[in-house]
Design a protein around this ligand. Structure first.
Ligand code: ZN
Length: 409
């Protein structure tokens, strides 16, 4: 296998999670009668540029199909994160009525709606029809395509170069990371700013967050690797912030290497040094991850089997990718986790891919009062616990499996 950034031979396996269906391939009742498509879930480390990457087998078009059901607006925490981001960027870069803001993977318009509110022109790039339709209903302009160098050139010649390009939680999802970086460079105005948010590989490895590995993620990124990939594609990183989202993310600020005028902040050197200090440029850093993942899996299974034998009812919360990775790696089915609750009406009535555990609405929890609720999106743990406070008062306990099994309160 060749590295998708530097083309070197890639051999070291970070983790092998077996095979699983794409994590957003929720099943309808009729689909339960048919077999599912399984893909290997194996992640490698390039010892030349340190890009951690999935095997290059699954095609993006197959993963982000029409039924792709992730609607960003269903997380209230995520919405407030987006609103805060918009306010910050407008202030820091002095954006106003004459500015143009673009967003890659605009989803259902969860972020651009706040840009529009401020009276600033904007457009989104979003290949998925279902989410693009919802964004258009909010009055947003959506280019319904994948961002490629060709599309970026077209937009540029149609005067769609931007002052701010938002690419939050998309960098890890693109199969061709070089083409993506180059496309962003093309779309930027002379002084334009690109911001990218992605989960920080440092946290993924050190906190055993193996459930953030799924087919839609092609890359797992360190800061140093992103700086180098951007530099090779005409982009200069000038600032970086640490965020609490997704178990520890980075927000990287970049500009065109040839014309950008934003000064390089000390945060850039600081974070590079932190990664060097953590020995992220050494294979030792990546060794042992498989063992940690297996320990988490075994502890989780032991817990579920024990509770089953005690006659307790265990259910899940959050029908998203993290839960699917954990459930499929552990081989858990509905005999051990009765159902998974999710707020999104697009998922209710469907079944989790692979495990085929039914997805239900929150009202089910209120009538059943289960003994345990496993919170799959551990990064939204506080939000979920607050939401289910009534249940806790009636004696239900909460469980998270990562970084290690924990039952509370
Ligand atoms: Zn490489």
């Amino acid at each position: 296998m060749k590295c998708r950034h530097c083309n070197a031979d890639v051999q070291h396996v970070l983790v092998d999670l077996g095979v699983a269906p794409p994590s957003n391939a929720y099943l309808s009742k009729i689909a339960l009668k048919r077999p599912e498509k399984y893909f290997p879930l194996k992640v490698f480390v390039c010892e030349s540029c340190w890009l951690v990457q999935a095997e290059a087998y699954s095609r993006a078009a197959e993963l982000f199909n029409e039924e792709y059901a992730y609607f960003s607006s269903f997380s209230t925490e995520w919405l407030s994160h987006a609103k805060k981001y918009v306010d910050q960027m407008i202030e820091r870069f002095g954006l106003g009525e004459s500015s143009l803001i673009g967003e890659v993977a605009a989803n259902d318009g969860y972020l651009l709606q706040f840009v529009k509110e401020k009276g600033i022109s904007c457009f989104g790039i979003e290949p998925t029809a279902s989410t693009a339709t919802v964004a258009r209903q909010k009055g947003l302009e959506i280019v319904q395509e994948f961002l490629t160098v060709n599309l970026a050139n077209d937009l540029r010649s149609n005067r769609r170069s931007v002052d701010l390009l938002v690419a939050n939680n998309v960098l890890a999802h693109v199969p061709d990371i070089n083409d993506f970086a180059q496309s962003c460079q093309i779309l930027l105005n002379l002084d334009g700013v690109l911001t990218c948010e992605f989960p920080h590989l440092l946290n993924l490895v050190s906190q055993h967050q193996f459930d953030t590995i799924y087919h839609e993620h092609f890359s797992y990124l360190s800061f140093g690797t992103v700086v180098n990939i951007f530099a090779k594609n005409g982009l200069q990183v000038f600032d970086v912030e640490k965020l609490g989202t997704h178990g520890g993310s980075l927000r990287v600020f970049a500009q065109r290497s040839d014309t950008g005028s934003h000064p390089i902040e000390s945060s850039v050197e600081d974070l590079r040094n932190e990664e060097i200090g953590a020995r992220m440029h050494n294979l030792d850093f990546y060794r042992g991850f498989q063992d940690h993942a297996e320990k988490v899996k075994n502890d989780f299974l032991e817990f579920l089997i024990e509770k089953k034998q005690e006659g307790k009812v265990v259910v899940g919360y959050g029908a998203a990718a993290k839960g699917n990775t954990l459930l499929n790696f552990a081989g858990v089915k509905s005999d051990l986790v009765k159902y998974v609750v999710d707020r999104s009406p697009y998922k209710q009535g469907k079944f989790m891919p692979g495990s085929r555990i039914p997805i239900v609405g929150e009202e089910e929890l209120k009538s059943e009062r289960p003994d345990y609720v496993v919170i799959f999106p551990w990064n939204l743990r506080e939000e979920v616990v607050k939401q289910l406070q009534d249940l806790a008062l009636l004696g239900t306990q909460f469980v998270t499996a990562i970084p290690q099994l924990e039952t509370f309160p």
